[in-house]
Design a protein around this ligand. Structure first.
Ligand SMILES: [Fe+2]
Ligand SMILES: [Fe+2]
Length: 289
């Protein structure tokens, strides 16, 4: 198995994708209304959210503590390329989904920018570059642990496999989120530090804010999609809620990994996913495993 040190200097590619969503079904996730809307609500965040991640990292890549780090610069470039591709593909998916009558999805994409504006309440207390990057690190942690759950949950995967195109798209995104999970964090660590003083405080504020805002906005988005169908009832909600928040749910199982972020010496690569990534790249026939 590749060591954690090897992973920290890992290079990863930008994979150019152009999924054809023309045949996307309305209830694309195993014909389950609740699960489909839950995941589509997540997809609504990505176009604007991932652009925000890119802007936050790009703003600091010329910082003296980062500018001459060849490995990190290469990873930043790949991170920007991967996130830009995720934004593009999720926007295409979202717009196809809107054709089923969910015009709300375009509103949700823009509402993501409004949710992200919550960070400005901290403007008097720190530089916006630091606040933006702390928020990005937190959201990347959140994304990485969800991505790992997607890739490791046989029950969820079996449902996702009901649509081969969506299976490939979500697995591709999840693989890349785990590949680049440390990039924003490494930039933050180089520029501000991560384990003590205000650097640690802003990192923790970031994860608390990110968790509250993401979970509440995602729940609201899911509810709006269900309401559009006239299916805003526990009957349709229950399976999705159990899949993510139940006793063996994907979020529930992530709690220890989520809480690890509060450890002052935390680093994303402490959580070794090297072999899992290799297995998945073989499974999806990526040429770079
Ligand atoms: Fe992404
Ligand atoms: Fe990411």
């Amino acid at each position: 198995m590749t060591s954690l040190q090897d992973l920290s200097t890992n290079r990863f590619p930008v994979r150019r994708m152009d999924f054809d969503f023309a045949e996307l079904k309305q209830y694309w996730l195993n014909n389950d209304v609740g699960l489909t809307h839950f995941m589509t609500a997540l997809s609504a965040f990505f176009p604007v959210g991932e652009r925000f991640f890119v802007d936050s990292v790009r703003a600091l890549r010329k910082h003296p503590n980062v500018a001459d780090n060849v490995d990190l610069q290469a990873q930043i470039s790949a991170f920007i390329g991967q996130e830009a591709m995720h934004s593009k593909e999720h926007h295409a998916m979202n717009m196809k989904f809107a054709e089923f009558g969910y015009e709300d999805i375009a509103w949700m994409e823009q509402a993501t920018a409004t949710v992200l504006k919550a960070r400005f309440i901290f403007k008097p207390l720190a530089s916006m570059d630091q606040i933006n990057l702390a928020a990005t690190c937190a959201l990347e942690h959140f994304t990485a642990l969800l991505a790992e759950q997607v890739l490791n949950n046989p029950k969820f995967l079996s449902e996702l496999e009901s649509d081969p195109l969506m299976f490939k798209m979500w697995a591709w995104h999840a693989i890349e989120e785990t590949e680049h999970k440390a990039v924003a964090y490494d930039v933050y660590q180089q520029v501000y530090g991560t384990d003590k003083g205000s650097a640690y405080v802003w990192r923790v504020v970031g994860i608390i804010m990110a968790t509250v805002l993401i979970l509440s906005a995602q729940t609201y988005f899911t509810a709006r999609l269900l309401r559009k169908d006239g299916k805003l009832s526990p009957k349709y909600w229950l399976h999705a809620a159990n899949t993510f928040y139940g006793p063996r749910g994907m979020f529930t199982k992530s709690i220890p990994h989520f809480l690890d972020y509060f450890r002052p010496s935390f680093h994303p690569n402490d959580h070794d996913i090297v072999q899992m990534l290799k297995d998945w790249k073989v499974k999806l026939s990526f040429s770079d495993y």
